[in-house]
Unconditional design. Structure first.
Ligand code: DHB
Ligand code: MG
Length: 219
């Protein structure tokens, strides 16, 4: 099948199911020099469906970037709900705060600027209340560690999602020297072997080309 067929179907799905694709966030990211690694509008909608499925009021996101997926997740929350999202770069974190405020979800989001591994350790040390859903979408080499922290910040029923775990099929290459491929392969194997979760990977095609999201529920 040709890739443009996947894109055409993605556009068809978006036209049916997405009333507002939040272009202002992506436009502001472009103005601010932030790379466009955000999820697609259809993937954002999927994140909303998943957040609503687990009736999430507390969501943890690892990797904010411009706040595009954060805004989708916040859109699935009740008024008293919160997405706590971690971004390593200060400029990017500030752009995300502006984007989320402009999108009308500033009160439902908290952007923490810092190294996620440190912030997550601090959350565990301080006895943070478990999250209902975790979305991992940051740098790929420490995905396994992000997952292990996510599990510690979970309760039975928590949904853990991880973006970009297929990478155009590069994930099949067990001899890859690409740090992102090595990172997601390590994560995928850890996820598959972990007895505390039931998980799978859903391949995605469309405007973001060929990739996949891991979906796990904590038992
Ligand atoms: C990359 C990261 C992402 O989170 C994504 O969705 C796409 C690409 C990257 O690091 O290249
Ligand atoms: Mg991603």
């Amino acid at each position: 099948m040709e890739p443009n067929l996947f894109e055409a179907v993605d556009a068809y799905i978006e036209q049916l199911f997405v009333a507002d694709s939040k272009p202002a966030i992506l436009e502001n990211c472009e103005r601010e020099g932030i790379p466009n690694w955000a999820v697609s509008a259809n993937q954002g909608t999927l994140l909303q469906v998943l957040a609503l499925t687990c009736r999430a009021t507390r969501i943890l996101e690892i990797g904010t970037q411009g706040g595009y997926s954060t805004a989708w997740l916040a859109g699935a929350l009740p008024e008293n709900g919160k997405v706590i999202t971690i971004e390593i770069d200060e400029h990017t974190a500030n752009v995300a705060r502006t984007n989320l405020s402009n999108a009308g979800v500033g009160h439902k989001t908290e952007v923490i600027c810092g190294n996620a591994l440190d912030v997550l350790q601090q959350m565990i040390t301080s006895g943070t209340v478990p999250f209902d859903m975790v979305f991992i979408d940051a740098d790929k080499p420490p995905y396994k560690e992000y997952f292990e922290f996510a599990l510690k910040l979970s309760r039975p029923g928590t949904l853990i999602i991880a973006d970009n775990v297929v990478r155009g099929g590069k994930v099949l290459d067990e001899d890859s020297d690409d740090p992102a491929v090595i990172g997601v392969r390590r994560f995928n194997e850890t996820l598959a072997a972990n007895k505390r979760v039931r998980a799978t990977i859903m391949q995605n095609v469309g405007t973001k080309s060929h990739d996949g999201m891991a979906i796990a529920v904590v038992l």
